[in-house]
Design a binder for this molecule. Structure first.
Ligand code: IVH
Length: 686
């Protein structure tokens, strides 16, 4: 907890110490996703610093972590002239074009060997950050590439942007460029909040990020939770590193978030392999990407290749094919969600889209239908992004025949006939019947879903039968199911019934974040569920938390706090929790993952790194291991669990073999991390 100034420490020193501690914890939290202290402890430090700065305004510094809490509204933004033009990129849309880019580079390099760096093209907006003597002085949008807008107050609220740099081995002025973006989860949360307060939804995370950065009130920006990936460093108008890869490493070491998915490639085929691999993994990322950026690694060659008016000759964007298509709306139906929300969905003439056949698209709510003016029979353009179900972008008006029919929202629940209510000023209409089977089905499926309690085999058809036969009345009833009950249902083989019961049994030991997520509280997504689980440690303590206690948790706002309190105030939910506990469902945080070290699967495991790894630096490997809760030691002993050995590994490898310690190469380490990450599901690794 926040230590007060002692006699030996002046108030000024205390403020400086608190700033240092807060910065370190922010970096651990936002950059490494590996906090060392609880949110409450972090908040206590922040509060103490705020108290000091309020009492002694002369001690306030422009890089103090307190400025993130949000400053005063700006009158407008000033223009800022970029020291070096912010270029855009030429695009390539297929492999041939990428190969042509390679041929041109090879010609320009004139037989000299060189490498490429392939990295993700994040779908956000670019920012230039100016640091003066290591302190963030200006944050500027790209604008037209020559002049942008100074949005410093807003940029300071972005937690993954260091306000001061850890390691300033570059003196004086320099600049960091990168992409500000919103994660899909934050984007969804913002849209849900906008829906609740009857504002129009943002069309995509990039628009939402751009709209957010141009907000005049930094307090609103702070609440929106933008993130930032750094991808370039400049000193004045020069590039200070010999290679792009080194620049990325330096950015990482300086406390920036650098996207972990990147590859150093010596041939265009390796670049293509990276492009293809990331395209297939695209939907698993927490943020949207629209392609891959390929850059010549050597700074000297970059300077030599030069640029056209708008774009460099040493880089190209490889754009993934747009996942859009045009098709016809056959009908508009209404689905009932787990909170009773009625969601209109368009049934479409099936169409091929990014390798899948799409037959439905969400229309979100009645206002969205009016905004788009979608009618049954319309031709529409649809888009698939990270969401499972695609959305309608617009109506193709030129294809209207006049035979299209306007949709009316039902006044009764289409499933149970219950009353539908849409209070004044709200966008969402809800079925208010407590026993609506559609709501129950949606709750069951959510509880059993992979990211929640992962009960494979509990699918739509089975859920419907169990509800119709009144075998299941709430999610706790899942744990009363016996093989005979399931096998007795239509077309269920004994074997699949046995498997299902085993899955149900296994779900009892799922960790607390999954349970909290699975209970489906409004506004509690996967990440929020993780924060709540780690902050309170058990379902019981969460249930007992007051709105103030919840609101005091770092990253939990009032909307979530009130929603959580409301949910636990409901007697039905209280008895549900009691019955889940009685059934043996784990309601405590798993010991190895609670508290310090986060929820890493490597908790308690000791690693030693030796030799040169093919893709990663040791620091990167260390960060990855630590992000999973593991520890990296410098020497091999009996306590070592794994030795990760690269090229030219020497004595440490011999010692490992001698002691019988497991030896991994880089690939095996990544596999192990991937396994761990899949178990954790919150984290991404390269
Ligand atoms: S490099 C000269 N790297 O894409 C190089 N840009 O279409 C210019 N972007 O304006 C940018 N991810 O906003 C670069 N890893 C990445 C990027 C990236 C996203 C955006 C950036 C730029 C636009 C160009």
């Amino acid at each position: 907890m926040a230590r007060r100034a002692t006699k030996k420490e002046t108030i000024e020193e205390e403020a400086e110490r608190l700033r240092g501690e807060l910065r370190r914890h922010e970096e651990l939290y936002y950059v490494y996703d590996n906090p060392e202290i609880s949110d409450a402890e972090y908040d206590a430090l922040m509060q103490r610093l705020q108290e000091i700065e309020e009492a002694h305004p002369e001690l306030q510094t422009p890089d103090s972590p307190t400025v993130r809490v949000g400053g005063r509204p700006a009158e407008g933004f000033n223009e800022f002239v970029h020291r070096r033009q912010m270029l855009s990129l030429d695009n390539s849309y297929n492999i041939e074009e990428l190969r042509r880019f390679d041929e041109r580079c090879r010609r320009l390099a004139d037989e000299r060997a060189f490498e490429y760096v392939a990295e993700l093209k994040i779908d956000g907006l670019s920012l230039a950050l100016h640091y003066e003597s290591g302190v963030l002085a200006n944050g500027v949008t790209r604008g037209d590439g020559r002049r942008g807008e100074d949005v410093t107050g807003n940029v300071r609220t972005i937690r993954s942007i260091p306000l001061r740099l850890n390691k300033v081995d570059l003196k004086d002025e320099f600049e960091v460029r990168g992409e500000a973006y919103l994660s899909r989860e934050t984007f969804e949360r913002i849209n849900a909040e906008r829906e609740e307060s009857s504002e129009a939804r943002f069309a995509n995370p990039r628009n939402a990020a751009a709209g957010t950065l141009r907000q005049l009130d930094p307090r609103i920006v702070a609440r929106r939770k933008l993130s930032f990936f750094a991808y370039d460093a400049l000193a004045g108008d020069r590039k200070p590193f010999a290679t792009h890869w080194e620049a990325l490493e330096w950015l990482k070491a300086s406390g920036f978030q650098v996207n972990p998915h990147r590859a150093l490639c010596s041939t265009i085929d390796e670049v293509i392999e990276f492009c293809n691999r990331m395209e297939s993994e695209r939907d698993e990322l927490e943020y949207e990407i629209d392609g891959v950026v390929v850059k010549v690694n050597s700074t000297a060659l970059q300077e030599e290749f030069g640029q056209t008016t708008k774009a460099p000759r040493w880089a190209i964007a490889y754009k993934y094919p747009a996942r859009q298509a045009t098709t016809q709306v056959l009908s508009i139906v209404v689905q009932v969600g787990r909170t009773g929300a009625l969601t209109p969905v368009a049934n479409l003439e099936p169409v091929q889209l990014a390798g899948t056949i799409v037959a439905r698209a969400t229309l979100h709510n009645e206002d969205e239908i009016r905004r788009l003016d979608v009618r049954t029979g319309d031709w529409v353009m649809i888009e698939k992004s990270g969401e499972i179900i695609p959305k309608v972008l617009k109506v193709v008006e030129s294809k209207r025949t006049g035979a299209e029919t306007v949709f009316q929202m039902p006044t009764e629940c289409p499933v149970c006939g219950g009353h539908v209510s849409r209070p004044e000023g709200e966008v969402v209409a809800r079925c208010v019947a407590a026993d609506c089977p559609a709501q129950l089905k949606a709750r069951l499926l959510h509880y059993a879903s992979r990211r929640a309690m992962r009960i494979e085999g509990l699918g739509e058809a089975l859920a419907e039968q169990l509800i119709a036969k009144k075998i299941i009345g709430d999610v706790a009833d899942i744990y009363k199911l016996r093989v005979e009950d399931v096998a007795a249902l239509e077309r269920r083989a004994e074997k699949s019934a046995t498997n299902l019961i085993a899955q149900i049994e296994a779900s009892k030991t799922r960790d607390l974040p999954h349970l909290i997520f699975g209970l489906g509280l409004r506004h509690v997504g996967e990440r929020t569920a993780g924060i709540l689980a780690r902050s309170f440690g058990s379902l019981e303590r969460l249930a007992a938390a007051t709105v103030e206690e919840l609101d005091a948790v770092h990253e939990i706002g009032l909307t979530v706090a009130e929603s959580v309190r409301d949910w636990f105030n409901d007697p039905t939910n209280q008895s549900l929790c009691a019955r889940l506990r009685a059934a043996g469902v784990r309601t405590e945080m798993e010991a190895s993952t609670a508290g310090a070290g986060g929820d890493g699967r490597f908790a308690g495991k000791q690693f030693v790194l030796t030799g040169k790894l093919p893709m990663m630096t040791r620091d990167e490997a260390r960060a990855l291991i630590e992000a999973q809760g593991g520890r990296v030691a410098s020497s091999v002993s009996k306590k070592t669990d794994y030795v990760v050995a690269g090229e030219d590994a020497g004595a440490k490898l011999e010692k490992a073999v001698e002691l019988g310690v497991d030896v991994l190469d880089e690939k095996q380490l990544l596999e192990l991390i991937n396994e761990a990450a899949n178990k954790n599901e919150r984290r991404e690794v390269a």
